[in-house]
Design a binder for this molecule. Structure first.
Ligand code: PDD
Length: 284
């Protein structure tokens, strides 16, 4: 596997960063995950804009121009295996004596990127849907920043795994749905697709955008608004999206069936539209 580190392409085994890197010591950095289909990074411009938003959010200047990022992404796709891959981009505030405050004068950021094969969701999961739990959303108030400091997300995901589930659905203030530990969540009620609003309490998902665009283009009724906790529990269907999971149905929540307990018509529709979109748009 060939990775990119601070201007050089090298085998992952040879990649080294100093232990005083602020990403390692303080989790002081941001990242992106971008799917690539048939060698083409999907919605690269949107992902790079979200990266810029994350960098602005932590007041770190972008180490690369858009053209430089595109070149890094294209080089990694070409040098790594997999018809479909996913890219991981990672920028930290660099290497400095340990201190919470920004290094003064500033130091060069650390830039790391890699590309791995992108597995398609297992057919059994598409058939059966996944099991999830709800958890209190105990993260900070800037969940719109794709920060590498992911400890709450790690613990929330682990709680799901230990409950025999795949993901935690996060409830803020015991009151409303925000997203999953590493995914966005949609609720379906009476044929309407409900989506939480893109604000500081959730990551503005690129797949989330694709789903809403597809809904609009296909006259599927949707509402973007706060979703009360009670609406999550009385949903007809629940859907999970991310760049690596595409769209999945959630059929069990906290051990109880969601709706009929089987994948529903909205999932079938959106999953098919997503596959068509992948074939006709993403791969071309
Ligand atoms: N995570 N919300 C959170 C907290 C996420 O970490 C992710 C993605 C999403 C979905 O965003 P997108 O559709 O742009 O992938 C929502 C990636 C896949 C990860 O951390 O690996």
């Amino acid at each position: 596997m060939t990775i990119y580190l601070n201007g050089a392409y090298l085998p992952i085994e040879e990649a080294r960063i100093p232990v005083l890197d602020r990403g390692f010591i303080l989790g002081d950095g941001v990242y992106e995950v971008i799917p690539a289909y048939s060698g083409r990074a999907f919605r690269l411009g949107e992902h790079l804009r979200r990266l810029q938003h994350s960098l602005d959010g932590i007041r770190l200047s972008n180490p690369h121009s858009e053209a430089q990022w595109v070149e890094i992404v294209e080089t990694l796709i070409a040098r790594n295996e997999g018809e479909d891959q996913y890219l991981y981009l990672h920028v930290t505030r660099g290497v400095a004596k340990r201190d919470h405050a920004f290094p003064n004068p500033s130091v060069a950021p650390t830039v790391f990127a890699m590309s791995s094969p992108l597995p398609t969701p297992a057919p059994e999961l598409l058939q059966s849907g996944i099991r999830c739990i709800t958890m209190p959303d105990n993260r900070w108030l800037r969940c719109d920043i794709k920060a590498i400091s992911l400890l709450p997300n790690v613990l929330l995901r682990q709680s799901a795994i230990e409950a025999g589930c795949s993901e935690s659905l996060l409830i803020r203030d015991d009151s409303f749905l925000t997203e999953g530990a590493a995914s966005n969540i949609f609720v379906v009620k009476d044929g309407v697709l409900l989506a939480p609003p893109k604000d500081h309490l959730m990551l503005p998902g690129i797949t989330y955008d694709v789903i809403l665009e597809m809904a609009e283009a296909n006259a599927i009724p949707c509402e973007v608004r706060r979703i009360a906790k009670a609406e999550v529990f009385s949903a007809d269907e629940l859907l999970l999206t991310s760049s690596t999971k595409e769209v999945l149905a959630i059929t069990t929540l906290d051990g109880k069936p969601v709706g009929t307990g089987r994948t529903g018509p909205m999932f079938a529709r959106l999953h098919q539209l997503y596959q068509d979109f992948k074939r006709d748009v993403m791969r071309k």
